[in-house]
Design a protein around this ligand. Structure first.
Ligand code: NAP
Length: 449
């Protein structure tokens, strides 16, 4: 760590005022978790499971770019691993350097992102160090969390639902200078207030997955769940699933969570999810060895859901993709909705269309969240009505190891990464509220071995 970075870190830990933070020199370089363009072919020919983020992720210095007028430079206290960290680090479905090149062609400011390295990370909690000349609502010293919707607000197509903007990107995945670093550069419209009752690492894990689940379950842009609806949630103790379950419970719906082991079921039960299906224990095999789907297995799965809740799901929260989509379309209620934001197990999807059209079901695509949705989701965390799902915390140097755990489905909830925070547990500015919420805030950590 450079002496300038050390001084910034110490100033944040000491709680120095914004104007004093703004007076500290900013270094030319900082350390970050990055992949190298020169290594983007290193896993060619290997099956996905053998592509190892511990080999491709390097924690090293990168140059800090000049700040655009609408950007802020943020001292990152903590960040998190998302599945897109895994995609970047295993160069699947394609190396993210193609995204950086495209951004680089767009404008002078975009050109800064086209580098032979890609600093990853689409979540962060930290403190603003510098603001560009066009920033009005934020200042140095503000404690923030950062969401990853990266849009150009001078683009007219960004002014209804900004997720529909023609140049919408995910920061730290389709842009450079992401959150898994000591310093990050973000647009002003990515900033949100840090929830005061949370530590840095608890505050850092929410924005990407919480906002995604908010849009899918709550927003009019998603399924807009109403009270008493049954929602089937795949991967219900995972990154997006555990927030989806919280939204269903908060909104008076009935979640049916699917997981793959009893520990995960126990976390969900304590969260208040009564109906949990252990897919491994039930032994569902939706795909047969002959490469075709087995509709009797879809039926067995649907029967299990009916046994538990007495009816079919109004909404299916879908993201595993190829392995589950056939079953999701089948079990969804007549007139119901399968809402999907991903395809972790494969993106070429097969389902029986007869069950879709004859029963008037809808498949709806969803992707992250616009600023309003992300801000609302962050506000619910700040009010203690949605809880972080942090299960384990790593150091920045351990980013590759943490991504490896997520790649191999060995984690629950979210994995935090300490960037400038020297240890877990720091950054709380409302200890009384924290005390009131503590069992809920620590739910996922208490269930670790
Ligand atoms: P995660 O933390 O790894 O959780 C995924 C969960 O899915 C796991 O906990 C696992 O639960 C379950 N799962 C994995 N493979 C499965 C399979 N073959 N069949 C059934 N369930 C399976 O990941 P995440 O953060 O929740 O992200 C999930 C996916 O959504 C990723 O592909 C990610 O890239 C994507 N995503 C998209 C957006 C967006 O904006 N479009 C945002 C966030 C995430 P069990 O093993 O316990 O069943």
């Amino acid at each position: 760590m450079s002496s300038e970075i050390d001084a910034i870190r110490q100033a944040v830990l000491d709680g120095v005022r914004g104007e004093d933070l703004a007076a500290l020199p900013v270094p030319d370089a900082a350390r970050g978790a990055l992949v190298r363009a020169s290594e983007q072919e290193m896993f060619d020919g290997l099956p996905s499971e053998e592509k190892d983020p511990r080999k491709s992720v390097h924690v090293e210095e990168f140059p800090i770019p000049e700040l655009a007028p609408d950007e802020a430079l943020v001292a990152v206290m903590a960040s998190s691993i998302n599945f897109n960290t895994v995609w970047t680090s295993i160069f699947e479905p394609l190396p993210t350097f193609a995204f950086l090149k495209r951004l680089g062609r767009e404008s002078v400011w975009g050109a800064r992102h086209d580098q032979p390295f890609h600093v990853m990370g689409s979540d962060a909690a930290g403190v603003i160090l510098r603001t560009g000349s066009a920033i009005r609502m934020w200042q140095p010293g503000d404690e923030v969390t950062i969401h990853c919707n990266y849009v150009d607000d001078q683009d007219p197509s960004a002014h209804d639902d900004s997720m529909l903007a023609s140049n919408q990107r995910i920061w730290g995945f389709e842009s450079n200078y992401g959150g898994l670093a000591e310093l990050t550069v973000v647009k002003a419209n990515q900033l949100m207030p840090k929830p005061r009752q949370l530590t840095w690492e608890e505050a850092a894990v929410n924005a990407l997955t919480n906002s995604t689940s908010y849009r899918m379950i709550v927003s009019p842009n998603g399924a807009q769940m109403t009270q008493d609806q049954v929602v089937l949630v795949w991967g219900a103790s995972g990154g997006i699933g555990a927030y989806a379950c919280q939204y269903v419970l908060n909104g008076g719906g009935i979640p049916v969570g699917v997981v793959s082991n009893p520990q995960r079921a126990a976390v969900l039960h304590e969260m208040g999810v009564e109906h949990v299906i252990d897919r491994k224990a039930e032994g569902y095999r939706f795909w047969g060895d002959d490469g075709h789907q087995d509709q009797s297995e879809w039926r067995r799965f649907g029967k299990k859901i009916r046994e538990l809740v007495g009816r079919d799901p109004d909404i299916v929260f879908e993201h595993p993709g190829r392995q589950t989509m056939g079953a999701s379309v089948f079990v969804c209620k007549r007139g119901g909705m399968v809402i999907t934001c991903a395809a972790t197990s494969g993106y070429t999807i097969e389902y029986d269309n007869r069950y879709l059209w004859m029963n008037l079901k809808t498949i709806k695509g969803s992707h992250f969240a616009n600023y309003r949705e992300a801000y609302a989701a962050n506000q619910l965390v700040a009010e203690g009505r949605i809880q972080p799902t942090l299960s384990k915390t790593f150091t920045l140097d351990e980013t590759g190891e943490a991504a490896y755990e997520v790649h191999h489905n060995r984690h629950e909830g979210k994995l935090g990464v300490l960037c400038l925070a020297p240890e877990p547990g720091l950054g709380v500015s409302d200890p009384q509220r924290r005390e009131e919420l503590l069992p809920k805030i620590t739910l996922f950590r208490r269930h670790q071995d």
